[in-house]
Design a protein. Structure first.
Lengths: 172, 558
């Protein structure tokens, strides 16, 4: 993956409303220019860490904070999060916006439809990030092989770059 | 109502106003703790009014199954007084203090499975639509909308039993095998004892509820004695916001959540004896819980003393936690587990074959021994405290749990909607692991030596796993985080395994000796990070979340 700037400052762009703008943005991103303008965006609040479980060598767990610099409230859902490899292929992904391990109030098989946003936020399914605020995020993915690596996390509203992995798991 | 109980009630009211009618790791109405100064542990009674229940084939069963001649004669004699073919009718026609004697037979309780009676269509419709958390008054109005057998003791809405109190339901056979109450997963609950103080259930088998085989709620004084509870889609025996309770001599197996669930446990005492000398409001003893997803589970499982039990061959032997909002009594605290056996909790309910089976087979059509897990758990673990304070784990055996003998980690208070940021680290602190025998299989499972660690080597993956967090000691009765304990911390002393050694993560040298180091620290974020993806497990859509190893059976340790 080509890093256009340090991962901690990688920018996430809001999804544009109109199809033409989407096409234009895609072209800009393909040209490597998408993160270089000075418009308001989401960003890593602190440098995220990428960890490798001891017994899951092809899995990675990223923990970090995303900061909302857009000037507007941003709504991000776990279901929208995608991790993409350098070749653009989607990797198996799980995401949550909570600070620690949680367990749902209802078994997944009995969960009511249309949970209120407050409950979805508690469960980590949803983050509503006010302007200037940060939200904890944990994203995990499974690589296709040991040589593979994730390049980008697509939050639905745009993409953030995945930082390079440390040589060993840090004690945070 | 005592001060603590009043405070708990107010907190529950506040939560209830904020969320839909739900009360825990399962769906239930907002509930209140009974007054700990009232009620008592029920005693088995042999006198008092009697009501006999039988089935058409009870005589044959008595003659063929009841081996004890005295008991057989008593059963045959009682047959002459049989008044009902269903237990529910017996309850309906009983007054407080009645002993309901259930003669050998299979009790499907078919009248309870019928269509909605007049005036109940709305409650039946709500249940069918998935609204399980109906009000107590709705249960009173329509007792069988969700329950095969409902014992409802409060007639005036003050949450205190005033009718159907001290109801004793007793199977009269030689063993629980002789009386079977068969749920067929037609109703959420088989037995529901709701505000039914003094409820006593003895010597029978209960199976195949859709939610709870035995459900005790807002009840002050109950006893579940010599009961086999199996094949529930979720819980074998569950108590919630109840006090003065005993589970004893039970066998719970093949339940999709847990065998026994003392959730929202008594929260008034916090490890200190009350005026009557009671420290632990619920006692679980001489039970065997096996082949469940969890042998024991207790969200907000406070004030429990579990001893002389066997938790084995579950996915995880025991979990107590502080995960969810609206569970009265949060955070979990001050339970005690002594002289228990936690072993071989490697029951793999998360493999791909089981995932496919559970996804493709409706609950009513499932093989009852193919457990479909309702929640996630770290497969291969003896005991997990996930957000808990001041617990005592002493003189137990832990062996052959292929992942961990025990786990202890923090759960952020925000996850249970704690609004005070000062309390975010109010778990896990002050838990004592003392004199446990790890990685050793005792010579006898029925009479193990709890005073000496002896037996043959049979290791756990790691004996003690800790996320290295030391929670803050927030007084539960004061706002903010007021530390009223400056002595205790999480601690490990006197634990031994083969050769006097044990294994741990972190290394044994970094485990504080008792009474611990009472200094807050947030823990090892790397270890905590690997727990988080496990939260995204879903049996339908995400059975193997990337980054989480809980759902893969670890290899057997050497």
């Amino acid at each position: 993956m080509r890093l256009v700037h340090p991962a901690a400052r990688a920018q996430l762009r809001r999804r544009f409303a109109g199809p033409l703008l989407v096409v234009a943005a895609a072209l800009l991103l393909l040209a490597g220019c998408g993160d270089d303008d000075n418009g308001p965006a989401l960003a890593w609040g602190t440098p995220p860490r990428v960890l490798t479980p001891n017994d899951l060598g092809n899995d990675r767990v990223l923990r970090g904070l995303i900061r909302n610099d857009t000037g507007k409230a941003v709504r991000v859902t776990a279901d929208d999060v995608r991790v993409l490899a350098a070749d653009g292929k989607r990797l198996p992904t799980a995401a949550t916006f909570i600070a620690g391990y949680a367990h749902r109030m209802f078994p997944p098989t009995r969960e009511p439809r249309n949970l209120p946003d407050r409950e979805r936020e508690r469960l980590g399914d949803l983050a509503v990030i006010e302007p200037g605020q940060q939200a904890a995020v944990t994203v995990s993915w499974r690589l296709r092989n040991s040589a593979d690596r994730a390049a980008t996390i697509d939050f639905g509203a745009g993409k953030l770059e995945v930082p390079r992995e440390p040589s060993r798991n840090p004690r945070l | 109502m005592g001060g603590a109980a009043l405070a708990a009630a107010l907190i529950v009211c506040a939560f209830a106003a904020l969320l839909p009618a739900s009360a825990g790791a399962h769906s239930e109405r907002p509930t209140f703790f009974p007054d700990p100064n009232l009620g008592d542990f029920p005693q088995f009674r042999t006198t008092g009014p009697r009501y006999v229940v039988c089935r058409p084939d009870s005589r044959q069963r008595i003659e063929s199954m009841v081996q004890d001649p005295t008991r057989r004669a008593a059963n045959l004699s009682a047959l002459n007084y049989c008044q009902s073919y269903t237990i529910q009718r017996a309850v309906n026609e009983s007054s407080s203090g009645t002993r309901i004697q259930v003669l050998p037979g299979v009790y499907p309780e078919n009248p309870s499975k019928g269509p909605a009676p007049p005036g109940c269509q709305d409650v039946y419709d709500a249940t069918a639509a998935g609204n399980f958390a109906i009000a107590y008054e709705d249960h009173r109005r329509c007792p069988n909308a969700q329950n095969l057998i409902a014992i409802l003791g409060d007639t005036n809405g003050d949450r205190i039993c005033d009718a159907k109190c001290n109801i004793q339901i007793q199977g009269t056979g030689d063993s629980p095998d002789d009386v079977l109450v068969a749920g067929d997963r037609a109703k959420l609950n088989v037995f529901r004892a709701d505000r039914a103080d003094g409820f006593y259930l003895k010597n029978l088998t209960v199976e195949k509820s859709d939610f709870n085989n035995v459900y005790v709620l807002e009840t002050n004084g109950f006893r579940i004695d010599t009961v086999v509870s199996r094949y529930s889609r979720e819980y074998g025996i569950l108590s919630f916001t109840s006090d003065h309770g005993i589970y004893e001599n039970c066998e719970t197996s093949y339940n999709g959540d847990s065998g026994v669930y003392p959730g929202a446990g008594p929260d008034a005492r916090h490890g200190v004896p009350d005026a009557r000398g009671v420290v632990y409001g619920i006692e679980i003893r001489n039970c065997e819980s096996h082949h469940n997803t969890l042998g024991y589970s207790g969200t907000a499982g406070n004030g429990i003393w579990a001893h002389n039990n066997r938790f084995h061959d579950n996915a995880t032997g025991l979990v107590t936690d502080s995960f969810v909002p609206n569970h009265p009594g949060m955070p979990q605290d001050h339970s005690k587990w002594t002289n228990n056996l936690f072993y071989s909790n490697n029951f793999d309910v998360y493999n791909a074959e089981r995932d496919a089976y559970c996804q493709n087979t409706p609950p009513t059509a499932r093989d009852p021994k193919k457990v479909c897990p309702t929640f996630q758990a770290p497969l291969g673990t003896g005991m997990l405290i996930a957000g808990g304070d001041g617990n005592i784990i002493a003189n137990n055996y832990f062996w052959d749990n292929w992942r961990y003998g025990t786990m202890l980690h923090w759960v952020p208070a925000t996850l249970r909607n704690e609004s005070d940021p000062a309390r975010n680290y109010d778990t896990s602190g002050n838990n004592t692991y003392m004199n446990n025998c790890v990685g050793m299989r005792p010579a006898s499972l029925t009479n193990p030596d709890f005073n000496n660690c002896s037996g043959t080597r049979d290791p756990n993956g790691i004996d003690f796993w800790w996320d290295e967090e030391e929670g803050q000691d927030c007084d539960p009765n004061q706002a903010g985080c007021v530390d009223t304990d400056t002595t205790n911390g999480n601690c490990w002393s006197g634990n031994v395994g083969p050769g006097g050694m044990f294994t741990s993560d972190p290394t044994p040298l970094l485990l504080p000796a008792c009474p611990g180091n009472d200094l807050f620290r947030p823990g090892n974020s790397s270890k905590q990070a690997f727990l988080v993806p496990c939260a995204t497990w879903d049996p339908a859509t995400n059975t193997d979340p990337p980054g989480c190893d809980w759902f893969t059976l670890p290899p057997e340790p050497n």
